[in-house]
Design a protein around this ligand. Structure first.
Ligand code: ADP
Length: 250
């Protein structure tokens, strides 16, 4: 397995917020993780990224034990909804940043960044500064900047949380395409059921620090505890004109 999480736990003071995480993920796949606010999703991502410590357990990535590796040596990128673009660099330079650090030849950098801009549907926007972009455009630049450095694992923390629903739909499709083109392995945290189903090859559900990763999407859909059956019932009732009540158990 490309990513293996073994027995990871974390407490803040006396409160155990992440409890014996055990799961694995194959290369080039996305694991969606659903769960209510406060159930431990961000803490889990930060532990894998090396931004938080764990009390026990081990993390293997690409056949390497990275448990005690510093964040910058893990080849993981943690990305959240408030993108962190450099405000003084334009779109092109923001995306090219990691390639300049690696001192790649200028010609190679230009080709790679231009291709990325095309894939991000941002051609022609390369000279704009971050404050001249829409929220969705800024998020696309953030993705480009993250992906171009070829990380082993992307850790996405509600990346589309601040976007309106149309932009969000567009970003979901775009990220799917990018995942395929750049062979991305990722964990995608969201509290949106539909988004989890769309983005994930595999689905996990986190409750009070416990994560259950389902063997298949079918198993997830059929589990009454995931809320999918309630959702289906809601739309069925709406179609037949019965009264509907929101009841989402996630
Ligand atoms: P989620 O991402 O699912 O919303 P978090 O991982 O952010 O959840 O938080 C899980 C729990 O850990 C919450 O109860 C939160 O209050 C607590 N927590 C998170 N970070 C800290 C911290 N730095 N210090 C103390 N408690 C924290």
């Amino acid at each position: 397995m490309f990513l293996e999480i073994k027995n990871i736990s974390k407490s803040y003071k006396k409160e155990k917020v992440v409890k014996n995480l055990n799961f694995s993920l194959d290369a080039n796949l996305t694991l969606s993780v659903l769960g209510k606010s406060g159930c431990g999703k961000t803490t889990m991502l930060k532990i894998i990224a090396g931004l938080e410590s764990s009390e026990e357990g081990e993390i293997f990535l690409d056949a390497k034990n990275i448990t005690r590796e510093k964040a910058e040596k893990r080849n993981t990128i943690y990305l959240y909804q408030e993108d962190l673009l450099f405000p003084h660099l334009n779109v092109f330079e923001n995306i090219a940043f990691a390639l300049h650090i690696r001192k790649l030849p200028e010609k190679v950098i230009i080709t790679k960044v231009k291709t990325m801009l095309d894939n991000l549907e941002l051609s022609g926007q390369d000279h704009k500064m971050p404050n001249e972009l829409s929220g969705g455009q800024r998020q696309r630049v953030s993705f480009g900047r993250a992906i171009i450095s070829n990380p082993s694992l992307l850790l996405l923390d509600e990346p589309f949380g601040s976007l309106d629903s149309l932009t969000r739909n567009k970003m979901q499709k775009l990220f799917k395409n990018l995942s395929r083109k750049y062979n991305i392995t990722s964990i995608f945290v969201t509290h949106d059921l539909k988004e989890a189903l769309l983005m994930g090859d595999q689905i996990g559900l986190m409750k009070e620090g416990n994560l259950k990763v389902y063997d298949s999407k079918e198993e997830f859909i059929n589990d009454p505890g995931t809320g999918v059956q309630n959702e289906i019932l809601f739309w069925d009732k709406l179609k037949t004109g019965e009264s509907v009540e929101e009841n989402n158990s996630i």
